[in-house]
Design a protein around this ligand. Sequence first.
Ligand SMILES: Cc1cc2nc3c(=O)[nH]c(=O)nc-3n(C[C@H](O)[C@H](O)[C@H](O)COP(=O)(O)O)c2cc1C
Length: 217
Amino acid sequence: MKESGKSIYDLRHDFEKATLNESDVDNNPAIQFEKWMHQALEAKVVEALAMTLSTASKEGKPSGRILYLREYADNRFAFFTNYKSKKAEDLLENPFASMNFFWQELERQVRIEGSVEFHSKEASDKYFYSRPHYSKVGAWSSPQSKVIKDRAELEGLVTEFDTKYKTEDVPRPEYWGGYILKATYYEFWQGRKSRLHDRIAYTLQDDNTWKIERLAP
Ligand SMILES: Cc1cc2nc3c(=O)[nH]c(=O)nc-3n(C[C@H](O)[C@H](O)[C@H](O)COP(=O)(O)O)c2cc1C
């Protein structure tokens, strides 16, 4: 396969901006994540809060999509979505998921895995009411992940709900809200030259401490 006359086999990037050693990382992966997220935001990484959320059905069929991370603290990571979507169906059957961040500008990747539960109604309200008007209208107008006839159907629903909520604040639909992923595993990845990347993993132990190990690239 060729792109601009070059085989795509020959398209590659060597990573060499930084290193990651066992002595550099915090004992608590939540603090390590906060540090890296802070650096990503400071460095103005494009879409630093966007991550791939992977879920699986009860048969183990995987499914991934990009979502925004909206809260992170104490090894708990929140995202918000439609409770009738494909991801929500998966999470009902199989409440485990992973999050994957790629911060290209810093040559970093973070993987987080854990179990998922519903976020509180209060937290879902707090985030929903912070959103712009048309994002709130969109939550009512989009039967997320369902087949629709055409674009006109969607735009018709937007007009309907925009008119309905012209004079009052748009309420949060009961089928829209947050989830919390409770992390039991992390990996912090720093790209290095010639594919000899640094990978530091944290696994939660039965006594609630984190085991820190280096993985081969
Ligand atoms: C940068 C970016 C951020 C997104 N953030 C969200 C989000 O926070 N919540 C959401 O429901 N969908 C978000 N989406 C759309 C999802 O990728 C996806 O299309 C949608 O949630 C339906 O997924 P599902 O059918 O697998 O449930 C985002 C997409 C992109 C590209």
